[in-house]
Design a protein around this ligand. Structure first.
Ligand SMILES: [Zn+2]
Length: 439
């Protein structure tokens, strides 16, 4: 016997750019069967009715660049020390906790962009979190896990592993064949894709302008991942890096920092998705970094870089570059605040509708899930949220937990703040968990 439900609301932002007043969404098992307005097709008489009243419904939100396995200011006051105090085993429980915080804020799909630990990659731990959710033993968002594959001394290596630290064997790889092997190992361990860096970033002893691998090495990573039908996401801060990404045929370019018109036009023509991560460039995020122990030199680098990031965003948008929402939330600013990224896009010139598309249809396409999620259309999985008010009037509504009235993933309601007895998925309330280094 099939399970048919009809979702009623005041308005639907369907994720394709359309708005439907008084929508009726028929959901059968995990999938959307039909979408119509109130006077459209008749609803099945045996269906259960889910009426979210005055709320606006829209596709579950998608963050294409997040670090759920990051050490967090909610668990440890100083992120730099936490690297050596918290084992990867413990941290994987925090990764689950972080994913649930985001889930409750309406993010039904998230792509994790990886991290290193003093014990090595964190990919297997993140795959375990993903699989625990997929297997239905723990509630959380749909996760895609990127595993890091970088050269010796790359920004992504230095970022999470201080220079004096002893490296586990095989942590990094150099030259096309070593890198190909590393890609194969990471994909064998269950990763959904590869994350690498072609340029430096904000980490001690490196500089955003340095090259982090040769074109030949990047080509090897991309060719090998594509041979397994897996995508490659590339951290890139420079114009030189953008050219390398286009030449190698990468799938997504992460961050918008330094650029020139020639490289931007090439990215636009190639149709490669770019993930802005501007939430990590605002003063609030930089201040949080300072509070959590980021060295003053790097705080200065961040402040100097900031205006270039916003300028590149505006120029990329004007050049027609395909933009998919991603935040780079890690230990800063804090888990659950990803929707602030959309407010930044609007401040920088997008309409609220355009910003919402970056986190729905466009984000889904960028991470290879365009056929299954990202819009509320017949045939898609029923990942739908109900929002108090209309985000097209004020996209900041999505930032407040109280406004995220319902979160449905694959047809099941996991979060219901509209009910008389509100229901959420995670056990602790904000502030009720223990700060490991402060008690
Ligand atoms: Zn990142």
């Amino acid at each position: 016997m099939s399970d048919v439900r009809v979702l009623k609301a005041a308005k639907l932002i369907d994720g394709t750019g359309q708005v439907i007043e008084q929508p009726r969404v028929v959901i059968k098992d995990k999938q959307i069967e039909s979408v119509s307005s109130a006077d459209g097709t008749a609803v099945p008489s045996e269906a259960e009715i889910i009426d979210v009243g005055d709320c606006t419904i829209m596709p579950g939100l998608i963050d294409t660049h997040v670090h759920l396995g990051a050490l967090n200011c909610t668990s440890f006051g100083t992120a730099r020390i936490a690297r050596f105090e918290i084992t990867p085993q413990l941290q994987s429980f925090y990764a689950l906790f972080h994913s649930q915080i985001c889930f409750e804020m309406g993010f039904t799909t998230m792509r994790d962009a990886g991290r290193g630990t003093p014990r090595g990659d964190f990919a297997e731990e993140m795959c375990a979190v993903r699989d625990a959710i997929n297997n239905g033993i723990i509630a959380g968002p749909r996760l895609l896990i990127l595993a890091e594959c970088v050269i010796t001394g790359a920004h992504l290596e230095i970022l999470t592993m201080p220079r004096a630290m002893q490296r586990p064997e095989g942590m990094t790889a150099d030259g096309p064949w070593e890198l190909r092997k590393k890609v194969r190992e990471l994909l064998r361990s269950g990763a959904d894709g590869i994350k690498t860096s072609v340029t430096g970033g904000v980490s001690l002893g490196t500089d955003p302008s340095v090259r982090n691998m040769t074109p030949e090495e990047l080509h090897a990573i991309v060719d090998e991942a594509h041979a397994f039908n897996k995508p490659v996401a590339v951290h890139c801060f420079t114009s030189e890096g953008l050219h390398m990404c286009v030449d190698a045929g990468v799938d997504t370019i992460e961050h918008m920092v330094y650029s020139d018109d020639e490289s931007i036009n090439r990215v636009s023509e190639a149709g490669i998705w770019v993930v802005p991560t501007l939430l990590n460039r605002i003063d609030y995020a930089i201040d949080q970094n300072a509070l959590q122990g980021m060295p003053p030199l790097l705080i200065e680098t961040q402040r100097a870089m900031k205006p270039h990031c916003f300028e590149t965003f505006r120029r990329m948008k004007a050049a027609g570059v395909r933009i998919a929402m991603g935040t780079d939330i890690h230990n800063v600013p804090e888990m659950g605040c990803a929707a602030r990224e959309l407010e930044i896009y609007v401040d920088e010139g997008m309409t609220p509708m355009e910003s919402i598309l970056t986190a729905t249809r466009d984000a889904a396409e960028a991470i290879g899930l365009g056929g299954t999620v990202g819009t509320v259309e017949a045939g898609k999985l029923a990942d739908i949220i109900a929002v108090r008010g209309d985000p097209l009037d004020d996209v900041r509504l999505l930032q407040e937990a109280d406004n995220i009235g319902m979160v449905m993933k694959e047809g099941s309601v996991y979060v219901d703040r509209l009910a008389d007895s509100p229901r959420t998925v995670r056990h602790p309330e904000p502030g009720s968990w223990r700060m490991i280094d402060r008690e």
